[in-house]
Write a new protein. Structure first.
Length: 255
């Protein structure tokens, strides 16, 4: 029995209604968030034995031997005396960068780096020089999924930002008033998306699509169909396709 990948999720509203949706809002790029016959029982057993959290920050009593063991693993792997682990989040970059470099240093930063990296670099006091975005090579499957999905969105005349190979695809909504309409209608049609606006992004509103290796081609086609219909309904297809020209016809007269 293979792993059951989690690309669907149940969402509950205030009325406690549950909707099964195709999940396009996670950061599960490599498909690790799965029900696995080997790992899942061990995770459940660990949760029963140790709980999911110490309910305190490490400095106030939230430190356990497992924190130490977990930090020793990457330290040994890279051949360093110690390592420090953060939960994924804003503080990771914004807090650690000023500890690594300061005034007199030089940071060469990708132009599309996350805000946490940008603020961490600024807070360090180092000189920052920005270079044009150049994505590292992606895994073949996620690149294939991403290229397919992005290409189809553009054919549907959405404005899609980002690198062609990136699994993160901002679809421009522009008007912040369209955020709830787009997300709620997608949810009604059982596709979950993330919408973002200022201050997380610049003033122009957008929907952020996240593609995973766990998404099948059928998943992607379903999502594209829903997004296309909702895009027509909300009015975010900003680049209408020109009507085909008839060979040999006088188009000025036709107009």
């Amino acid at each position: 029995m293979g792993a059951q990948t989690i690309v669907f999720l149940n969402l509950e509203g205030r009325t406690s209604n549950t909707t099964r949706c195709l999940n396009l809002g996670s950061y599960n790029y490599l498909g690790f968030a799965a029900a696995d016959e080997y790992y899942t029982p061990r995770v459940i057993e660990s949760l029963k034995k140790y709980s999911a959290s110490t309910y305190s920050v490490r400095v106030d009593g939230g430190m356990t031997k497992f924190h130490n063991e977990l930090e020793e693993l990457p330290a040994r792997f890279v051949g360093k005396p110690a390592a420090i682990l953060f939960g994924m989040g804003y503080v990771t970059n914004s807090a650690i960068i000023p500890c690594l470099i300061g005034k007199g240093g030089l940071i060469i930063s990708d132009s599309l780096n996350y805000n946490s990296i940008v603020n961490g670099a600024r807070g360090s006091g180092a000189t920052v020089r920005v270079f044009q975005h150049n994505c590292a090579q992606k895994l073949a499957h996620i690149r294939e999924n991403s290229n397919f999905f992005r290409s189809e969105l553009k054919k549907m005349v959405f404005e899609v930002l980002g690198d062609n190979d990136s699994p993160v695809m901002p679809i421009m909504l522009y008007n912040p008033a369209k955020i709830p309409a787009f997300s709620r209608e997608c949810l009604r049609q059982k596709v979950a998306v993330v919408t973002v606006a200022f201050p997380a992004t610049p003033l122009l509103a957008r929907a952020r699509i996240c593609i995973s290796t766990s998404h099948t081609r059928e998943d992607l086609i379903k999502a594209l169909d829903v997004i296309s219909r909702v895009g027509d309904l909300v009015g975010i297809k900003y680049f209408p396709v020109e009507p085909p020209k008839i060979a040999g016809a006088d188009h000025d007269k036709l107009e």
